[in-house]
Design a protein around this ligand. Structure first.
Ligand code: BT5
Length: 279
């Protein structure tokens, strides 16, 4: 792949610009740098390999050369959201949650459409197939004072068999599109489909059908889960669904219903994994 073939492949999508790197530290980092230099809304940054791919809270994301998809979209929030959503870290956090969900929904709907592969969203930012992590989403932003000037929506997808990192690097099991399908696939066709689907969901970020589609694909719905919050006690309860702002609705063993805002939160089926804090 090179930049001009990729630009051709994606030419039917209304993107701001397309940048391709055979190797880069992180597409999110590069997208933020390009945005600081004035890159327009919907600039897409794609890399074959990431040498310092990142997850939430400085965790690592592995993208092996020739086998996966790693890409980031530059978003100018004023082109996407109502003014009230742009101001202040409070409003910002629900914007982050929704953008993250848009990334996960884009992966899930593209996998369904292109390969008939059923995937689920492990709230807040993972895509699972058969209970294993196949993709992750990371949204980062630059702020001008209280106002979000740029958001960068990054998606990493394991495509080829063997693109999953070695198990010792992981506490949650991983998979890839090819392992799940049992056949080889063209990762660039998947990139096109996920990007098209992402653009579509971004247009409907504030619509009721966005929340419905997201909730319908939530993993562990109506099942017992553990929620681990950074610096907080673990919560156990039944996963009921989503609040309007994308927070998780959980029924505690006492019967009380609690909302859990997204953030650095880990979700697990209850009683499965006790070492989640390392992920
Ligand atoms: C995420 O964080 O899952 C967000 C991943 C976002 C990656 C994309 S790639 C394009 C863009 N550029 C970047 O630099 N990042 C974005 P989190 O929920 O914190 O999960 C991180 C954890 O996932 C790690 O600690 C590992 O345990 C696990 N992990 C790392 N690489 C993985 C992989 N390829 N497949 C499955 N799990 C992985």
């Amino acid at each position: 792949m090179n930049e001009s073939s990729l630009t051709d492949l994606l030419s039917d999508l209304l993107l701001g610009a397309v940048h391709y790197y055979s190797s880069i530290d992180s597409t999110n980092a590069q997208a933020l740098r390009l945005a600081q230099g004035g890159a327009p809304h919907l600039t897409l940054v794609v890399a074959d390999e990431q040498t310092a791919g990142r997850g939430r809270s400085k965790r690592r994301w592995f993208t092996l050369r020739g086998s996966a998809l790693a890409f980031s979209l530059v978003l100018r929030p004023e082109s996407l959201l109502s003014a009230a959503d742009l101001v202040g870290q409070g409003g910002g956090s629900s914007v982050f949650t929704r953008l993250t969900a848009a990334g996960a929904l884009a992966v899930v709907t593209a996998l369904e459409k292109v390969f008939g592969l059923e995937a689920e969203i492990k709230w807040p930012n993972d895509v699972l197939v058969g209970g294993r992590k196949l993709a992750g989403v990371l949204v980062e932003a630059d702020w001008l004072g209280q106002e979000m000037s740029t958001a960068v929506l990054g998606i990493g997808i394991n495509v080829a068999r063997g693109s999953e990192p070695p198990a010792v690097e992981l506490l949650f099991p991983a998979t890839s599109v090819e392992s799940a399908l049992g056949r080889s696939v063209d990762r660039w066709i998947l990139l096109h489909a996920v990007t098209a689907s992402l653009l579509d969901w971004l247009h409907r970020l504030e619509s009721p059908e966005f929340l419905q589609a997201w909730e319908a694909r939530l993993a562990y719905r109506e099942q017992p889960v553990r929620v681990l919050r950074e610096g907080g006690a673990a919560l156990e309860g039944e996963l009921l669904g989503l609040e309007e702002d994308g927070a998780l609705r959980l029924r505690l063993p006492t019967g009380a219903v609690m909302r859990v805002p997204a953030g650095d939160v880990h979700l697990r089926p209850a009683g499965v994994d006790n070492q989640e804090n390392r992920e």
